[in-house]
Ligand binder design. Structure first.
Ligand code: ADP
Length: 336
C-alpha cells in the first residue's frame, strides 16, 4: 500500500473508435454523470489511444466530435467536469515516457486486452498497443486521480496502473495515490452483446451492439435477432448464457414488474421470447431516442463543441503542469 492518501479526484476516458453504445453508458458514462456532482472530475476522449488500433486519422475529428456530443447528451456537463481531448495535454507524452521505464515487457505481454488485439490484428502489433496500459496510467495519474469509473473489461489495466504507481512512488517519492476502478454498485459492469457472447463493443460486431446513434428500426431489428431458443422444458431450470445476457439487458432498461413477469414465465416454461424481445426493443427505443436526438442537436453546433474542447484543454493542462513539476522535481530532472 502506498502511504499517500486517496484523492477525491476522478479520471476516465472513452476512445473515439466508433459510436458510443450501451456498454459505454452503463459501464462508464452513467457513473461520470453521477460523479461530476460529488468529485473533481476529468473525463477525456482518448484519441491517442485510438491510434493503437485505428491509425487512419481521416475520420478522427468527426469521431472525436461525436463522442464529445454523445457524452454530453448522456448528461456529462462540461461546466461541472473537465471534459477534454487527450492529445491536447502534451504533458501526457512525457509522463508516459517516464512510466515506460517502470513497466516490464513480460507483464505488458500478459495483458488480456493486448493478447486479444494482437490476435485480432496480427499485422499491426505495435509498441503503442503493448504499452497501452502505461499511457492509460499516465492519463489517470496526470491529475493524481484515485477513482476511475470504468467497466469490468478495464479491471486488469487498473491493477497494472497501481503497480506502476507503487513502483514510481517507491523509487522517486510519494507523489501519486493508487488509482482504483470505481462503480457505484460495487461490482464492475459488463454489458453483454446481443449475440449471446462477449461484450458490447464499439469496434467489434455491429449487429450485437446497441448504439445511441441507432434509429428505431435498427434497434428493433438488432433486438429481434438476438439469440434465443425454443424455451426451457423443465421448470426452474438454469438459463443458458445467451438467455442470461438478454435478461441482463432487460435489467438495464425495463421496469421491474416486466422483468419479474418474464422471469416467472421462464421458470414455469411459458416464456415467449418473441414477446420478450418486442418488449425489450420498445424499452430500448424509449431509452435511446432522447439521447440520439440530443446528440444530433449538439453536433449541429460546432462552435459549441470547439468551445468545450478549448475550455477542457485549458483546465486539463493546468492540472497536468502542476503534476509534471512535482514529477520532475521528484525524479531529479530539475537542473536549474
Ligand atoms: P470499446 O470497448 O467499446 O471500444 P472503450 O475501450 O472506449 O470502449 O471504453 C470506454 C469505457 O466503456 C470503458 O470504461 C470501458 O470499461 C467501458 N465499456 C466498454 N464496453 C463495455 C461493456 N460492454 N460493458 C461495460 N463497460 C464497457
Amino acid at each position: 500500500m502506498s502511504a499517500i492518501i486517496p484523492s477525491n479526484i476522478v479520471m476516465s476516458g472513452i476512445r473515439p473508435t466508433g459510436m458510443v453504445h450501451l456498454g459505454n453508458y452503463f459501464g462508464a458514462i452513467r457513473n461520470y454523470v453521477k460523479m461530476q456532482d460529488e468529485f473533481e472530475c476529468y473525463f477525456m476522449v482518448a484519441d491517442l489511444h485510438s491510434l493503437t488500433t485505428h491509425p487512419e486519422t481521416a475520420e478522427l475529428k468527426r469521431n472525436v466530435r461525436r463522442v464529445l456530443a454523445e457524452n454530453i447528451a448522456c448528461g456529462l456537463d462540461p461546466n461541472k467536469a473537465t471534459f477534454y481531448c487527450q492529445s491536447h495535454v502534451y504533458e501526457t507524452g512525457e509522463l508516459y515516457l517516464y512510466l515506460n521505464m517502470l513497466a516490464y515487457k513480460g507483464e505488458l505481454e500478459k495483458t488480456v486486452t493486448f493478447k486479444d488485439k494482437a490476435r485480432q490484428h496480427p499485422e499491426n502489433i505495435n509498441a503503442g498497443l503493448l504499452t497501452y496500459p502505461v499511457l492509460q496510467t499516465a492519463d489517470i495519474i496526470m491529475h493524481r486521480a484515485s477513482l476511475v469509473p470504468v467497466g469490468k473489461d478495464q479491471e486488469q489495466h487498473l491493477e497494472m496502473a497501481r503497480n506502476f504507481v507503487v513502483r514510481f512512488n517507491h523509487r522517486y517519492g510519494e507523489i501519486f495515490p493508487e488509482p482504483r476502478a470505481f462503480n457505484y454498485n460495487q461490482e464492475l459492469i459488463k454489458v453483454p452483446g446481443l449475440d449471446g457472447s462477449g461484450k458490447m463493443s464499439k469496434s467489434e460486431n455491429n449487429m450485437s451492439t446497441l448504439y445511441f446513434a441507432d434509429d428505431n428500426d435498427t434497434i428493433k431489428k438488432k433486438v429481434m435477432k438476438a439469440l434465443t431458443d425454443g424455451g426451457p422444458t423443465e421448470m426452474n431450470s438454469k438459463k443458458p448464457d445467451y438467455i442470461e445476457n438478454i435478461f441482463a439487458l432487460m435489467k438495464l432498461v425495463c421496469k421491474e414488474e416486466v422483468i419479474e413477469k418474464f422471469e416467472s414465465d421462464f421458470n414455469n416454461c411459458t416464456i415467449r421470447y418473441g414477446d420478450l424481445k418486442k418488449q425489450l426493443a420498445e424499452d430500448m427505443i424509449n431509452f435511446i431516442t432522447p439521447v440520439r436526438e440530443k446528440t444530433n442537436d449538439i453536433l449541429a453546433n460546432d462552435a459549441y463543441l470547439i468551445e468545450v474542447m478549448e475550455k477542457g484543454a485549458h483546465k486539463a493542462r493546468e492540472s497536468a503542469r502542476k503534476t509534471m513539476d512535482l514529477v520532475r522535481n521528484a525524479m531529479g530532472l530539475n537542473y536549474f
